[in-house]
Write a protein that binds this ligand. Structure first.
Ligand code: PLP
Length: 381
């Protein structure tokens, strides 16, 4: 059947071609670490894969100034930064970030997933925070340079990957409130195991009705630290209550599902169709979300992006119309939601077969075990 998928603005921006890794290699000059981790040390760290705790020998780094734009593009030894205490990011939070992964395929080659989607989204975030844009070629070249320098750090254990964290922050030493006149771009890399340590275990979600992560006209649809800062207090309370994650409602009406604050949500209906909150401007346009929508629509499944009220969801669950729910994002890929609890309600959602199938399909593409029908993979090394 023909595709019913209409690309989003980000997907259209991501469709612009970037050169191959061989063409981009060396564009960011390598300053080799004088004292990299020994083979034994690296092996020990690759044995005990956590998430975001260990880092590789190098990092990508560039600086932006008014006169020179992005310059000093290098792959340099990983290490602490020197920052003036008046650095703008420390006071006003002018910062954006991205998250993507490098996967080792069974033939030893190293690949990443839709890097230009992340490049386009970084610039979407940059525009909202009045940060200068970074060309897609620079974004991808920084990742190629870093992953090639630290290729031995890409793990191959099941469920593992090299998590890549690009970010930009305002570095000007100035306490006045305005956009900074200098910025630092970095990419750091962390060999990582599965995000949720207990494997494919449904998570227990607290539905938050007091606090919101973002509001209309705010920064909810961009990847910036401030949204996470706003989500931490309710997360701490939820963890204290025994919940794994928080589901946020929209700030304008406090009635509709937004997202998990780091993952997007989907509902699998008993008839096999799916629903996910439409992108209102308060929801981060996840690449995993977009990929799942395209994958399922291509298979002829109905996936609708709509306003989903908590009231409707709870009624649909008690009527038996909801079969499964899951959350998705680069870090955890796809995670079943096993229960929803909030003020005055608790519902169990025990099924997760469709969820598991989606997880298997997406990870099979990422790992090179299934055909890359949409050209999502990019070979790094
Ligand atoms: C990164 C992120 C997601 C998931 O996006 P992916 O591109 O799928 O990793 C969802 N919500 C928020 C708030 C995020 O920052």
């Amino acid at each position: 059947m023909t595709s019913t998928h209409t690309p989003t603005d980000l997907e259209l921006a991501a469709a612009a071609a970037v050169p191959s890794a061989d063409e981009l290699a060396g564009a960011w000059a390598l300053q080799p670490h004088p004292n990299p981790a020994s083979e034994a040390e690296r092996a020990a760290r690759l044995e005990r894969l956590g998430f975001g705790v260990d880092f590789t020998d190098h990092m990508a780094h560039a600086t932006w100034t008014v006169g020179d734009g992005w310059h000093n593009k290098v792959i340099e030894p990983y290490g602490p930064l020197s920052l003036d205490p008046a650095g703008a990011v420390l006071h006003y939070g002018q910062e954006v970030f991205e998250g993507l992964k490098a996967y080792r395929h069974t033939d030893g080659s190293v690949w990443t997933f839709r890097p230009t989607y992340n490049a386009a989204r970084l610039n979407h975030s940059n525009r909202r925070l009045a940060i200068p844009e970074l060309p897609h070629d620079d974004f991808v070249a920084s990742i190629v340079g870093l992953v090639r320098a630290d290729a031995q750090w890409v793990p191959d254990a099941p469920g593992s990957s090299l998590y890549l964290r690009p970010f930009i922050f305002a570095s000007e030493a100035f306490l006045g409130v305005r956009a900074s006149t200098s910025y630092e771009y970095l990419v750091i890399a962390s060999p990582s195991g599965p995000y949720f340590q207990h494997g494919f275990q449904p998570i227990n979600v607290w539905v938050e009705e007091t606090y919101h992560r973002a509001g209309p006209g705010g920064m909810g649809d961009v990847k910036t630290g401030g949204n996470y800062a706003a989500s931490l207090l309710p997360k701490v309370a939820a963890h204290g209550g025994g919940y794994d994650e928080v589901l946020f409602l929209d700030a304008a009406t406090n009635t509709n599902l937004d997202e998990l604050g780091g993952m997007n949500v989907f509902i699998v209906m008993a008839d096999g169709s799916l629903k996910t909150p439409r992108l209102t401007g308060n929801i981060l346009p996840g690449g995993t979300r977009a990929s799942i929508i395209q994958l399922l629509r291509e298979q002829g499944r109905s996936v609708s992006e709509e306003t989903i009220s908590l009231r409707w969801l709870l009624d649909a669950i008690s009527a038996g119309d909801v079969a499964e729910m899951f959350a998705c994002g680069t870090a955890a890929v796809v995670t079943a939601i096993g229960a929803l609890t909030g003020e005055g309600f608790h519902v169990d959602i025990p099924e997760n077969t469709v969820t598991r199938g989606i997880y298997d399909e997406l990870t099979a593409i990422q790992l090179g075990e299934a055909e890359d029908r949409f050209g999502w993979l990019y070979r790094l090394a």
